[in-house]
Design a protein around this ligand. Structure first.
Ligand code: RB5
Length: 151
């Protein structure tokens, strides 16, 4: 089943967004650009996090979010309970957030990560599957507080 990829940023992530779209396109994938446009000046990251979060409702959709540090985007998008977003700085965290946490959104900080590392992180994120097993129960507890030991 083909995965749909959505991508958005704020002004602090516009350049990396366009680099990643080009990279994915060159590798036969399509990433739907939710904005902002390349010539945008200042925008607010919660607006773009919300735009992407609202479209992430199925298992077959993965998201990429970028801001200057990645921090604002990750705080904003993790407010949506169906989102499991991971702010990633290296390939190992890109792999682990899929294997252990079934992350459906990768977040990158354009001002803090090198372009080649960012590209590798996205490739690893998209290529890695959730390991399930003991991680399944833990991931389920993220969206079902009734299963928590201390409700
Ligand atoms: C924008 O200047 C910057 O604050 C934003 O991109 C992000 O880093 C926020 O967390």
């Amino acid at each position: 089943m083909a995965i749909e990829i959505l991508i958005a940023s704020d002004h602090g992530g516009i350049r990396l967004k366009s680099t990643l779209i080009s990279h994915l396109t060159a590798n036969g994938m399509t990433a739907t650009d939710l904005g902002p446009k390349a010539d945008s000046t200042s925008v607010d990251y919660p607006d773009y996090a919300a735009k992407l979060a609202r479209l992430i409702r199925s298992n077959d959709v993965m998201g990429i979010l970028i801001c200057g540090s990645g921090i604002g985007m990750s705080i904003a998008v993790n407010r949506y309970e169906w989102v499991r977003a991971a702010l990633v700085h290296d390939e190992t965290s890109a792999r682990l957030c899929r294997e252990h946490n079934n992350a459906n959104v990768i977040v990158l900080g354009e001002r803090l990560i090198g372009e080649l590392t960012a590209i590798s992180c996205v490739d690893v994120f998209l290529d890695t599957v959730f390991a399930g097993g003991r991680h399944q129960r833990r991931v389920e507890k993220l969206s079902n507080p009734s299963g928590l030991l201390t409700p």
